[in-house]
Design a protein around this ligand. Sequence first.
Ligand code: ADP
Length: 454
Amino acid sequence: MFKRVLIANRGEIALRIIRACHELGIEAVCVYSSADKGGPWLEQADRAICIGPGPSKESYLKIERIIAAAEVSHAEAIHPGYGFLSENAHFAEVCRASGFEFIGPSPEAMNALGDKVNCKRLARKTGTPVFPGTEDAIEDIEEAVKVAAEIQYPVIVKARAGGGGRGMRIARDEAELRTGIEAARQEAAAAFGDGGVYVEKFLENARHFEVQTIGDKHGHAVHLYERDCSSQRRHQKLIEEAPAPGVDPKKRDRVCESAATLIREAKYSGAATVEFLMDRHQNFYMLEVNTRVQVEHPVTEMITGVDIVKTGIRVAAGEELPFTQKDIHINGHAIEVRINAEDPDRGFMPQAGLIETYAAPGGPGVRIDSHARAGYRIPPNYDSMIGKLIVHAPDRATCIERLKGALREFKIGPVKTTIPLHLKLLDHPDFRAGSHDIHYVERWLKEIAVTAKA
Ligand code: ADP
């Protein structure tokens, strides 16, 4: 096992990784930007090294500074967390070339699954269900027009290098497809330096269903069942739960197993999430694979009892997975809400500034992963998530009630947060029925905006 790990991240995920390292007897070294000086998680680190000013481009994304920090601190491995450099195959490569273990997949596995066209090709081979559409990136628009006519409109044009919802265009007829391909190509070339786009069937009113998987360097890979993350605003997840409500157990097993097969075939080591959209008839279509630990990993930890972060570190150190598929069972239900410092009443405006009041909830089944506390000043430079509240209960209905109680106990001020919004969403009839799709939050926000005006 490693003696010392460098964490190339900040905030709640840095703290989560520090905790996992300490449980494994590993020293944790954090890097931080000057905007994060005095950040509460740094107190828990065995060492903290400033790597530059606030803007992430000059600190958390500066590969050479992170490598230098790993060298001076004699770390053996680097944990990228999520966001920042976590899905950057070049960074994984540089870590390896500099003699540090990258806690995550090999650059080869990351490339095989991170590129959407490659990933879809491998998925077709391994029997993971994918959207019908073009086999490869589009060379010839006429070919795309032919495929779209076969799979029928609406279709969606997507960037092979895509991320963050960029480089996507929905097309409802041939004219829209032709302009959509051009627009998506330009946007993708500007955003990712790769103008490759492909076309697939567009699914209306889908649910977001994602499978947590984990592999080791010895050819083993298992799934840890799924999460439903259909509560989204602008493609950002707000609420995540495990297991997905109302899914046929046989269909669930089949799709979860196909996800495990996909990452096994990619010779993948570490945690990966295979994302799907699910239609009303519970047909699944793969969206993409996220080659890192995800924000919402705790709900899976709560229902399976597997510590995903610790297991990720152990497999990076060369250990075999300490469990097989047979050992993984679903126990109860878990829901996570993201506590963002944003004002939902004012267009979700980010709220930087001092947290004066911070009173956390407690009780059975209540978990908080957060770096925030009273006296913490939220810097304006990074995303607005200041923590996650995760609740575990024997069943979904109890879980919702327990979560509402915890949200009512949670007092943060004067900065505005998404706590009041979550209380309303948890009472939304579609959410309660488990029949919500990925658009219900935005539909509901529009409705209440109209009612407020009337
Ligand atoms: P990104 O990597 O940019 O996040 P994704 O492939 O994950 O791109 O897609 C982002 C979002 O776009 C999905 O969560 C879904 O809401 C929507 N989307 C993508 N592909 C489709 C599709 N074929 N049908 C319907 N919605 C889609």
